[in-house]
Design a protein around this ligand. Structure first.
Ligand code: SAM
Ligand code: ZN
Length: 279
Protein backbone atom coordinates (compact mmCIF):
# COMPACT_ATOMS: atom_id res chain seq x y z
CA UNK A 1 0.00 0.00 0.00
CA UNK A 2 1.52 3.35 -1.02
CA UNK A 3 1.61 6.26 1.45
CA UNK A 4 -1.15 7.88 -0.59
CA UNK A 5 -3.57 5.02 0.11
CA UNK A 6 -2.70 4.13 3.72
CA UNK A 7 -5.44 4.53 6.38
CA UNK A 8 -3.22 7.16 8.03
CA UNK A 9 -3.81 9.37 5.01
CA UNK A 10 -7.51 9.40 5.87
CA UNK A 11 -6.85 9.95 9.57
CA UNK A 12 -4.74 12.97 8.59
CA UNK A 13 -7.48 14.22 6.27
CA UNK A 14 -10.26 14.24 8.88
CA UNK A 15 -10.41 18.02 9.11
CA UNK A 16 -11.45 18.17 5.45
CA UNK A 17 -14.22 15.60 5.83
CA UNK A 18 -17.74 15.45 7.20
CA UNK A 19 -20.38 12.80 7.61
CA UNK A 20 -22.50 12.54 4.44
CA UNK A 21 -25.56 11.80 6.62
CA UNK A 22 -25.45 14.38 9.41
CA UNK A 23 -22.65 16.79 8.31
CA UNK A 24 -20.78 16.40 11.62
CA UNK A 25 -17.01 15.92 11.72
CA UNK A 26 -15.15 12.62 11.35
CA UNK A 27 -12.48 11.24 13.68
CA UNK A 28 -10.00 8.33 13.29
CA UNK A 29 -11.21 4.95 14.64
CA UNK A 30 -8.97 1.92 13.96
CA UNK A 31 -8.75 1.38 10.17
CA UNK A 32 -11.83 3.55 9.74
CA UNK A 33 -13.25 7.01 10.41
CA UNK A 34 -16.22 7.56 12.69
CA UNK A 35 -18.80 10.34 12.67
CA UNK A 36 -18.67 12.41 15.85
CA UNK A 37 -22.41 13.09 15.52
CA UNK A 38 -24.30 9.95 14.44
CA UNK A 39 -21.34 7.56 15.09
CA UNK A 40 -21.60 5.92 11.67
CA UNK A 41 -18.23 4.42 10.73
CA UNK A 42 -16.60 4.66 7.34
CA UNK A 43 -14.10 1.97 6.39
CA UNK A 44 -11.00 2.45 4.33
CA UNK A 45 -11.43 -0.15 1.60
CA UNK A 46 -8.47 -0.88 -0.72
CA UNK A 47 -7.19 2.55 0.25
CA UNK A 48 -10.46 4.28 -0.72
CA UNK A 49 -12.56 5.92 1.98
CA UNK A 50 -15.95 4.23 1.68
CA UNK A 51 -18.85 6.62 2.43
CA UNK A 52 -21.28 4.92 0.08
CA UNK A 53 -24.91 4.52 1.14
CA UNK A 54 -26.97 1.58 -0.16
CA UNK A 55 -27.46 2.52 -3.80
CA UNK A 56 -30.90 3.05 -5.31
CA UNK A 57 -32.45 4.16 -8.61
CA UNK A 58 -30.16 5.34 -11.40
CA UNK A 59 -27.08 5.25 -9.19
CA UNK A 60 -27.53 1.52 -8.55
CA UNK A 61 -27.94 0.72 -12.26
CA UNK A 62 -25.07 3.00 -13.22
CA UNK A 63 -22.68 1.57 -10.59
CA UNK A 64 -23.49 -1.97 -11.79
CA UNK A 65 -22.77 -0.90 -15.36
CA UNK A 66 -19.40 0.69 -14.54
CA UNK A 67 -18.43 -2.31 -12.40
CA UNK A 68 -19.30 -4.68 -15.28
CA UNK A 69 -17.48 -5.79 -18.47
CA UNK A 70 -20.00 -3.71 -20.49
CA UNK A 71 -18.24 -0.41 -19.76
CA UNK A 72 -14.92 -1.40 -21.41
CA UNK A 73 -16.96 -2.52 -24.44
CA UNK A 74 -18.91 0.77 -24.58
CA UNK A 75 -15.67 2.68 -24.13
CA UNK A 76 -14.78 1.98 -27.76
CA UNK A 77 -17.62 4.35 -28.70
CA UNK A 78 -16.34 7.03 -26.33
CA UNK A 79 -12.90 6.62 -27.93
CA UNK A 80 -14.49 6.80 -31.40
CA UNK A 81 -16.31 10.05 -30.52
CA UNK A 82 -13.03 11.51 -29.27
CA UNK A 83 -11.28 10.32 -32.43
CA UNK A 84 -13.76 12.29 -34.53
CA UNK A 85 -12.90 15.30 -32.40
CA UNK A 86 -9.13 15.25 -32.74
CA UNK A 87 -8.33 12.44 -30.28
CA UNK A 88 -8.99 12.01 -26.56
CA UNK A 89 -6.51 14.57 -25.25
CA UNK A 90 -7.71 17.26 -27.60
CA UNK A 91 -11.40 16.44 -27.01
CA UNK A 92 -10.94 16.60 -23.22
CA UNK A 93 -8.89 19.79 -23.50
CA UNK A 94 -12.08 21.58 -24.64
CA UNK A 95 -13.36 20.94 -21.10
CA UNK A 96 -10.11 21.41 -19.19
CA UNK A 97 -9.40 24.78 -20.81
CA UNK A 98 -12.08 26.16 -18.48
CA UNK A 99 -9.78 25.28 -15.54
CA UNK A 100 -6.59 26.99 -16.71
CA UNK A 101 -4.87 27.59 -13.36
CA UNK A 102 -4.79 24.23 -11.60
CA UNK A 103 -1.14 24.27 -10.44
CA UNK A 104 -0.94 24.26 -6.62
CA UNK A 105 -4.76 24.05 -6.41
CA UNK A 106 -7.02 21.57 -4.62
CA UNK A 107 -9.42 20.06 -7.18
CA UNK A 108 -12.37 17.72 -6.67
CA UNK A 109 -13.41 15.51 -9.57
CA UNK A 110 -16.91 14.18 -8.98
CA UNK A 111 -17.40 10.82 -10.77
CA UNK A 112 -13.67 10.62 -11.47
CA UNK A 113 -13.99 7.13 -12.96
CA UNK A 114 -10.63 5.70 -13.95
CA UNK A 115 -9.03 9.13 -13.97
CA UNK A 116 -8.94 9.83 -17.70
CA UNK A 117 -8.68 13.58 -17.04
CA UNK A 118 -5.60 13.24 -14.82
CA UNK A 119 -3.08 13.49 -17.68
CA UNK A 120 -4.44 17.00 -18.31
CA UNK A 121 -4.09 18.09 -14.67
CA UNK A 122 -0.70 19.41 -13.50
CA UNK A 123 1.13 17.19 -10.99
CA UNK A 124 1.23 20.00 -8.41
CA UNK A 125 -2.60 20.03 -8.27
CA UNK A 126 -3.96 18.12 -5.27
CA UNK A 127 -6.67 15.89 -6.73
CA UNK A 128 -9.54 14.39 -4.75
CA UNK A 129 -11.94 12.06 -6.55
CA UNK A 130 -15.23 10.43 -5.65
CA UNK A 131 -17.10 7.74 -7.59
CA UNK A 132 -19.71 5.03 -7.03
CA UNK A 133 -17.72 2.33 -8.87
CA UNK A 134 -14.88 0.63 -7.01
CA UNK A 135 -13.65 -0.94 -10.27
CA UNK A 136 -13.26 2.56 -11.76
CA UNK A 137 -11.47 3.82 -8.65
CA UNK A 138 -9.03 0.91 -8.87
CA UNK A 139 -8.43 1.80 -12.52
CA UNK A 140 -7.81 5.38 -11.48
CA UNK A 141 -5.13 4.39 -9.02
CA UNK A 142 -3.53 2.05 -11.58
CA UNK A 143 -3.41 4.84 -14.13
CA UNK A 144 -1.40 7.07 -11.78
CA UNK A 145 0.19 4.83 -9.12
CA UNK A 146 2.69 7.49 -8.03
CA UNK A 147 0.24 10.35 -7.76
CA UNK A 148 -1.03 11.13 -4.23
CA UNK A 149 -4.72 10.94 -5.11
CA UNK A 150 -7.39 10.95 -2.42
CA UNK A 151 -10.12 8.67 -3.73
CA UNK A 152 -13.50 8.02 -2.10
CA UNK A 153 -16.29 5.61 -2.84
CA UNK A 154 -19.49 7.63 -2.58
CA UNK A 155 -22.29 9.50 -4.31
CA UNK A 156 -22.22 12.87 -6.05
CA UNK A 157 -25.44 13.77 -4.23
CA UNK A 158 -23.87 13.53 -0.75
CA UNK A 159 -20.31 14.76 -0.78
CA UNK A 160 -18.46 14.03 2.49
CA UNK A 161 -16.42 17.25 2.36
CA UNK A 162 -16.36 20.43 4.40
CA UNK A 163 -17.84 23.60 2.90
CA UNK A 164 -15.60 25.66 0.59
CA UNK A 165 -12.61 23.30 0.72
CA UNK A 166 -11.84 23.02 -3.00
CA UNK A 167 -10.45 25.65 -5.34
CA UNK A 168 -12.41 24.13 -8.21
CA UNK A 169 -14.76 21.22 -8.94
CA UNK A 170 -14.88 19.16 -12.14
CA UNK A 171 -17.27 16.46 -13.30
CA UNK A 172 -17.12 14.79 -16.73
CA UNK A 173 -19.35 12.17 -18.29
CA UNK A 174 -21.81 11.44 -15.50
CA UNK A 175 -24.11 14.39 -14.71
CA UNK A 176 -27.15 13.49 -16.83
CA UNK A 177 -27.87 10.24 -15.03
CA UNK A 178 -27.09 11.10 -11.42
CA UNK A 179 -30.10 10.22 -9.24
CA UNK A 180 -30.43 13.94 -8.50
CA UNK A 181 -28.43 16.31 -10.74
CA UNK A 182 -29.72 19.43 -8.91
CA UNK A 183 -28.64 18.07 -5.54
CA UNK A 184 -25.24 17.04 -6.92
CA UNK A 185 -24.71 20.54 -8.34
CA UNK A 186 -25.74 22.02 -4.96
CA UNK A 187 -23.13 19.82 -3.32
CA UNK A 188 -20.45 20.92 -5.79
CA UNK A 189 -21.41 24.55 -5.04
CA UNK A 190 -21.21 23.92 -1.29
CA UNK A 191 -17.71 22.44 -1.35
CA UNK A 192 -16.10 24.92 -3.77
CA UNK A 193 -14.51 28.12 -2.47
CA UNK A 194 -16.21 31.42 -3.31
CA UNK A 195 -14.98 32.43 -6.76
CA UNK A 196 -13.89 28.87 -7.62
CA UNK A 197 -15.11 27.29 -10.84
CA UNK A 198 -17.53 24.43 -11.28
CA UNK A 199 -17.09 22.68 -14.62
CA UNK A 200 -19.56 19.93 -15.56
CA UNK A 201 -19.51 18.21 -18.94
CA UNK A 202 -21.51 15.37 -20.43
CA UNK A 203 -23.24 14.36 -23.61
CA UNK A 204 -26.47 16.18 -24.47
CA UNK A 205 -29.34 14.18 -22.96
CA UNK A 206 -31.30 14.38 -26.22
CA UNK A 207 -28.77 12.30 -28.19
CA UNK A 208 -31.29 9.40 -28.55
CA UNK A 209 -33.58 11.79 -30.46
CA UNK A 210 -30.89 11.99 -33.12
CA UNK A 211 -30.73 8.23 -33.72
CA UNK A 212 -32.14 6.72 -36.90
CA UNK A 213 -34.99 4.81 -35.19
CA UNK A 214 -36.41 8.03 -33.70
CA UNK A 215 -36.28 9.70 -37.08
CA UNK A 216 -38.11 6.91 -38.93
CA UNK A 217 -40.58 6.14 -36.11
CA UNK A 218 -38.94 2.89 -34.91
CA UNK A 219 -37.90 3.59 -31.28
CA UNK A 220 -37.35 -0.16 -30.70
CA UNK A 221 -34.47 -0.02 -33.17
CA UNK A 222 -32.77 2.66 -31.07
CA UNK A 223 -33.31 0.62 -27.92
CA UNK A 224 -31.63 -2.35 -29.58
CA UNK A 225 -28.73 -0.21 -30.78
CA UNK A 226 -28.14 1.27 -27.31
CA UNK A 227 -28.72 -1.87 -25.30
CA UNK A 228 -27.00 -4.50 -27.49
CA UNK A 229 -24.86 -2.83 -30.11
CA UNK A 230 -23.43 -0.12 -27.81
CA UNK A 231 -23.40 -2.60 -24.86
CA UNK A 232 -25.28 -0.29 -22.48
CA UNK A 233 -27.69 -3.04 -21.43
CA UNK A 234 -31.50 -2.76 -21.01
CA UNK A 235 -31.53 -0.95 -17.65
CA UNK A 236 -29.06 1.78 -18.57
CA UNK A 237 -30.90 2.15 -21.90
CA UNK A 238 -34.13 2.74 -19.92
CA UNK A 239 -32.42 5.52 -17.96
CA UNK A 240 -31.12 7.19 -21.11
CA UNK A 241 -34.60 6.94 -22.65
CA UNK A 242 -36.24 8.55 -19.62
CA UNK A 243 -33.81 11.50 -19.62
CA UNK A 244 -33.94 12.38 -23.30
CA UNK A 245 -36.00 15.52 -22.56
CA UNK A 246 -33.95 16.64 -19.55
CA UNK A 247 -33.36 20.41 -19.63
CA UNK A 248 -30.03 21.68 -18.37
CA UNK A 249 -30.72 25.41 -18.00
CA UNK A 250 -33.27 25.22 -15.15
CA UNK A 251 -30.92 22.96 -13.18
CA UNK A 252 -27.96 25.27 -13.62
CA UNK A 253 -30.01 28.43 -13.01
CA UNK A 254 -31.25 27.04 -9.70
CA UNK A 255 -27.74 26.66 -8.29
CA UNK A 256 -25.00 28.62 -10.08
CA UNK A 257 -24.11 32.22 -10.74
CA UNK A 258 -22.26 33.59 -13.73
CA UNK A 259 -22.76 30.42 -15.71
CA UNK A 260 -22.55 29.50 -19.35
CA UNK A 261 -23.20 26.30 -21.24
CA UNK A 262 -20.77 25.62 -24.08
CA UNK A 263 -21.24 23.07 -26.83
CA UNK A 264 -18.61 20.35 -27.22
CA UNK A 265 -17.52 17.91 -29.90
CA UNK A 266 -19.66 19.19 -32.78
CA UNK A 267 -22.72 19.51 -30.58
CA UNK A 268 -22.55 16.01 -29.09
CA UNK A 269 -21.70 17.27 -25.61
CA UNK A 270 -22.05 20.27 -23.33
CA UNK A 271 -19.87 21.94 -20.76
CA UNK A 272 -21.37 23.95 -17.92
CA UNK A 273 -18.98 26.53 -16.44
CA UNK A 274 -20.13 28.54 -13.45
CA UNK A 275 -19.57 29.73 -9.92
CA UNK A 276 -21.31 28.82 -6.73
CA UNK A 277 -24.03 31.15 -5.46
CA UNK A 278 -22.88 31.72 -1.89
CA UNK A 279 -24.41 33.36 1.14
C1 SAM B 1 -18.27 7.92 -18.28
S1 SAM B 1 -17.50 7.69 -16.69
C2 SAM B 1 -16.55 9.21 -16.62
C3 SAM B 1 -15.28 9.05 -15.85
C4 SAM B 1 -14.33 10.25 -15.91
N1 SAM B 1 -14.90 11.40 -15.23
C5 SAM B 1 -13.97 10.60 -17.33
O1 SAM B 1 -14.05 11.78 -17.69
O2 SAM B 1 -13.57 9.70 -18.07
C6 SAM B 1 -18.83 8.05 -15.52
C7 SAM B 1 -18.43 7.79 -14.09
O3 SAM B 1 -19.42 8.39 -13.25
C8 SAM B 1 -19.59 7.59 -12.11
N2 SAM B 1 -20.88 7.96 -11.50
C9 SAM B 1 -22.09 7.87 -12.06
N3 SAM B 1 -23.06 8.30 -11.23
C10 SAM B 1 -22.43 8.72 -10.10
C11 SAM B 1 -22.88 9.28 -8.87
N4 SAM B 1 -24.18 9.50 -8.62
N5 SAM B 1 -21.96 9.59 -7.94
C12 SAM B 1 -20.63 9.37 -8.17
N6 SAM B 1 -20.15 8.81 -9.30
C13 SAM B 1 -21.04 8.50 -10.27
C14 SAM B 1 -19.51 6.18 -12.67
O4 SAM B 1 -19.27 5.21 -11.70
C15 SAM B 1 -18.37 6.33 -13.69
O5 SAM B 1 -17.12 6.02 -13.12
ZN1 ZN C 1 -23.05 11.36 11.03
Amino acid sequence: MTPATAPSLWADSCHWLQCPDCAQGLAPADAALACTGCHRTFRVRDGFLDVMPPLTGNNKVVAEFYDSPNWPKFRFWEWFTFLLNGGERRARSHIMKHLPHLAECRLLEVAIGDGANLPLIPPSCEVWGIDISIIQLRGCRQRCPDRPLRLLLGEAEKLPFRDSMFDHVLSVGAFNYFNDPVQSLREMARVVKPGGRIVVADEYPDLPNRLIGHRIGLPQLDRWVMSRFLHLGPEFTDIIDRHRDMKLEPIVRAVLDDWQIYSLWHNVGYCIVGQARKG
